[in-house]
Design a protein around this ligand. Structure first.
Ligand code: FES
Length: 78
């Protein structure tokens, strides 16, 4: 696998959110644009389910002691 990054870069934090660096666009299920994220700009998506600002992380995972047992892996390992 190449280390070269093109487009969005995604980091899965073990006990926290999913960090995604732009460029990318967030849309709802109807295709309405919710956010346009510029290159190099990070956005954090909630993975614990407790954020009051879903789909974005608001830091609540720290307050509730979220433990994310799933680690980042290749989709081919699913
Ligand atoms: S992962 Fe941060 S509030 Fe859910």
């Amino acid at each position: 696998m190449s280390d070269k990054v093109e487009g969005a870069k995604i980091t899965i934090f073990n006990d926290g959110p999913v960090e995604v660096y732009g460029p990318f666009t967030v849309v709802d299920e109807d295709g309405k644009v919710v956010a346009v994220v510029e290159e190099g700009e990070p956005v954090y998506f909630c993975r614990c389910g407790a954020s009051k600002d879903k789909p974005f992380c608001d830091g609540t995972h720290d307050d509730i002691g979220f433990k994310g047992p799933l680690k980042a892996r290749s989709p081919k390992q699913a």
